[in-house]
Design a protein around this ligand. Structure first.
Ligand code: NAD
Length: 360
């Protein structure tokens, strides 16, 4: 199959959908890959590296002329002209939040397979997980940075030093983001407590951390007591398909120490802290009641190289199936089939249909 890798053109997007190593795997399997010139530069991947792995470098038109186009972000308006009936598009689509794109995909007849709805039998979302892993680990790192005095924080070293106590870190939600945040915070020497409503998850976390973190049931009194003590709060809850619950209220903020820090990773779902609002990497924080708030909605964007490799590790096996078998891959792999959102002018994913009142 002829596969195209266009350069990402959404603002501040520096990831690329295939690394040179992934291109080599596709080429070895007998596929041809056209990479748009400069597509990998934002992730530190040169055109020469792609060529040495068997890619042909081309223009944006060449990349989009392929039978299957693999991207990172959903097509934006200037890319709509490339959508067509005989195109298989494999990328993040997030259609429920994007009516114009949904319409163009349907009108053009494009087959759209969305990373975010590929789902394993246990309900997990394998192509969203890598970005949650990145954001979780970054959350601890960003929290530690913003606890420093020049960044507006309390002037606390997360791990403490011999004779001086470490920071108290509270992680709300013990899923992928929360577990990764806890791992890094505990690794830095912090005293970490993870809150979750799912008891089985708390049992699992208690087992894997083996005493290095404390687990607590996520109830209002437990949270209220811990907020007053915390140096750093990391928000990482998710109720699939719903706005995040407000677990830290404005009232609780008044009990926090001056210069303590909140990193609410769940900000993309409205956040689990009442006073959080989305911020950007260029101006990531603001202060409410003396508490530093960090609400960057695309945290992995700051580490595009790591994020590119993390994403491609997970997407390549599915890309190979689509390249080898075309649409038969969807018949053979139920998890991949759940990624199918549009085909031949029809919506094929129920939640997107519900968002726009279209029957699926
Ligand atoms: P996940 O499903 O793996 O984990 C969510 C956890 O929250 C689950 O363990 C669940 O039991 C728990 N939870 C639900 N209600 C709770 C409550 N009331 N109290 C405590 N815990 C509760 O999800 P995830 O992959 O870890 O993602 C977490 C959030 O981070 C999502 O909103 C996701 O979109 C977001 N995210 C943001 C960025 C970013 O750049 N800001 C990047 C990746 C993910």
């Amino acid at each position: 199959m002829l596969i195209g890798i266009p350069k990402e053109i959404k603002t501040m997007e520096n990831r690329v959908s295939m690394t040179p190593g992934a291109v080599e795997t596709l080429v070895r399997r007998g596929h041809s890959v056209v990479v748009e010139k400069g597509a990998g530069l934002g992730s530190g991947l040169s055109d020469e590296e792609y060529v040495s792995c068997g890619a042909k470098m081309g223009s944006v038109d060449d990349a989009w002329a392929a039978e299957m186009v693999i991207k990172v972000k959903e097509p934006i308006a200037s890319e709509y002209k490339y959508l067509r009936e005989d195109l298989l598009l494999f990328t993040y689509l997030h259609l429920a939040a994007d009516e114009p794109l949904t319409k163009v995909l349907l009108e053009s007849g494009t087959t759209g397979v969305a990373y975010e709805t590929v789902q394993l039998p246990d309900g997990s979302l394998p192509l969203l997980t890598p970005m949650s892993e990145v954001a979780g680990r970054m959350a601890a790192q960003e929290g530690a940075l913003h606890l420093e005095k020049p960044k507006g924080g309390r002037g606390i070293l997360v791990g403490g030093v011999p004779g001086v106590a470490p920071a108290k870190v509270m992680v709300l939600g013990g899923g992928v983001v929360g577990t990764n945040a806890a791992k890094i915070a505990a690794g830095m020497g912090a005293k970490v407590t993870i809150f979750d409503v799912n008891h089985a998850r708390l049992q699992y976390l208690d087992d894997i951390f083996n005493g290095r973190v404390t687990t607590m049931t996520s109830t209002e009194p437990n949270i209220r007591a811990a907020v007053a003590e915390a140096d750093l709060i990391i928000g990482a809850v998710l109720i699939p398909g719903a706005k995040a619950p407000n677990l830290v209220t404005k009232g609780m903020l008044a009990t926090m120490k001056e210069g303590s820090v909140i990193v609410d990773v769940a900000v993309d779902q409205g956040g689990c802290v009442e006073t959080i609002k989305p911020t950007t990497h260029s101006d990531p924080t603001y202060v409410v009641d003396g508490v530093v708030h960090y609400g960057v909605a695309n945290m992995p964007g700051a580490v595009p190289r790591t994020s590119t490799f993390a994403l491609v590790n997970q997407t390549l096996p599915y890309a190979l199936q689509l390249a080898d078998k075309g649409l038969d891959a969807l018949r053979e792999n139920k998890s991949l089939k759940l990624g199918l959102n549009t085909m031949k002018g029809k919506l094929t994913y129920a939640a997107v249909g519900e968002a726009f009142g279209i029957d699926v």
